[in-house]
Design a protein around this ligand. Sequence first.
Ligand code: PLP
Length: 366
Amino acid sequence: MISLVDLVAQYHSIKEEMDAAVLSTLETGHFILGSHVAKFEENVAAYLGAKHAVGLASGTDALIIALRALEIGAGDEVIIPAYTFFATAGAVMSVGAKPVVVDIDPQSYQIDASRIEAALTPQTRAIMPVHLYGHPSEMKAISEIARKHNLKVIEDNAQAFGAEYFGAKTGALGDVGCLSFFPTKNLGGYGDGGMAVTNDAALAERMRMLRAHGWKKKYYSEMLGYNSRLDALQAAVLQVKLPHVDEWNDKRRALAKRYNEALAPLGLITPIEREGAKHVYHLYVVRVEKRDALQAFLKEKGIASDVYYPIPPHLADPCRKFGYKVGDFPRAEKAAKETLALPLYPELTEAMQDAVIAAAREFVEK
Ligand SMILES: *Cc1c(COP(=O)(O)O)cnc(C)c1O
């Protein structure tokens, strides 16, 4: 059986260091925020090239807290891509704002920046690009539109830790960058975790308040906040992994290149890298018309694959009230029918990858 990811294989590759870090955290008696979290925040900010980082309970919370810190809420609109994990739309709806959907570039799967301006209204407050699968969105065009129309940019960087855009790390390119440390992400903890990154000290301060009941001073709530704090154990785990993430992303890139070379000649549409983009392949996604048949065939051969995502957010039940319908965003809807993620993670061996390639070849030639 070849799985989509193998978190245990990664744990075994760093077991000694990881066990020591976890055990030493237990000895500190300090489990929520604290010095482990502060140190990890500093290190992530330095890694991304941002001034401030705020450790949170999840990537979804990072999106919500970024929106709240920017005072985006009822009556406001936020531009999101038509193809993403539902949390992007869900976060916008959670603060009472409306997600305004823009179709994607069908090759890179990123929001099509050339279609954003047509979707703006006087209520638009922010653009929320999602660096989907680990490929950076067109941040130059997006920042230009934001500047011109006085909008904020909130990057959903949940899938793109370590990705680069013309040499700069994604997540530090907008007003706020939102990270997820869900276990399967390129930098993943052993539980939920997230972070919001910014260069704006006042915004960072508001996000720190929002993560702990709106407190600046303990027990004195100054705004309606949340309980959304990164815990010390996750910070310790993530701190062990952070120095390895570049090497792991390089492995993902090397495996992706190998897949591309083998699968493109079979007629599968393989992922691309746009100019200036360094893709980190959180997911390795191919496109094929007979997607469901390929997925079933791979399953028979003991090879896992999955669809990210079968339902574009505008067609999800919670968005029904906005009146979106089938056909509104045909590129995203087509992607939802044709995309398939194949096994790819740093510990995947070339022999395992060859088995996936052989199965795909058998499918195409049968
Ligand atoms: C994983 C993910 C999130 C949410 O992160 P959680 O930590 O699971 O809450 C948001 N957006 C995208 C694109 C994601 O992939």
